[in-house]
Design a protein. Structure first.
Length: 186
């Protein structure tokens, strides 16, 4: 009996050869979900297709790759070629690059550090201890933190030399050395 009453309630007026239509709408919550998906689709399409605000996957891939390249691509050299040079002539050249590029303005004449940049002679490093990390920060910099990227001004070979020079300063203990920053390295 219950069931019948329910049927009556949904019975449509119109009658065709004695056949009547039952209008049985889906529950409200399903309809709500349905409208929400339509709303979402419109916003989604507007964001990605009509207004072009969002990047489609290809564009996004390109952007991410670029970020990855600038951040991690060390050099035209392969990473096992980027090792510290120990030749006195190379170190000497590294030293003149340090002067030439005005690294001293932010890191002190002897690499002792100053109000702007960190000490480059001590055994603490902000960007990692190994040679490649030092190479990488000089090459790619960290503009947000005030370290200039030098990749447009210095070739990889010259970055390698200036990095080697810096590592040769270890334990040089210059006067007015700035205190340790970053992780302590062996
Ligand atoms: C305009 C100022 C400025 C100049 C010029 C500059 N630096 Fe820096 N450098 C900084 C700052 C600031 C930091 C620290 C960034 C941070 O706090 O994250 C830094 C960080 C570094 C680091 C990482 C130190 C660490 O502890 O890991 C190295 C290596 C370095 N600089 C080398 C150089 C060399 C070599 C040159 C010249 C070719 C140079 N810098 C020129 C400001 C400068």
């Amino acid at each position: 009996m219950e069931e019948n009453k329910n049927v009556d309630e949904h019975l449509d007026e119109h009658n065709y050869d004695g056949i009547q239509e039952l209008d049985n709408p889906p529950p409200r919550w399903i309809m709500m979900l349905f409208y929400i998906t339509i709303g979402f689709a419109i916003i989604y399409a507007a964001y990605f297709f009509w207004l072009d605000v969002g990047d489609l996957q290809d564009a996004r891939y390109v952007k991410k790759s670029e970020i990855h390249e600038t951040r991690y691509q060390l050099a035209s050299q392969s990473s096992d070629e980027i090792v510290a040079l120990t030749d006195a002539a190379d170190i000497e050249e590294g030293k003149s690059i340090y002067k030439e590029m005005s690294c001293f303005a932010c890191h002190g004449m002897l690499g002792e550090g100053n109000a702007i940049g960190p000490n480059l002679c001590d055994d603490t490093w902000l960007y990692g201890c190994d040679f490649q990390s030092v190479f990488n920060i000089i090459k790619n910099g960290n503009a947000a933190k005030g370290m200039t990227p030098f990749k447009t001004q210095l070739s990889d070979a010259r970055i390698q030399k200036v990095s080697s020079y810096l590592l040769s300063l270890k334990d040089s203990k210059p006067p007015n050395a700035k205190g340790p920053q970053g992780e302590t390295c062996e």
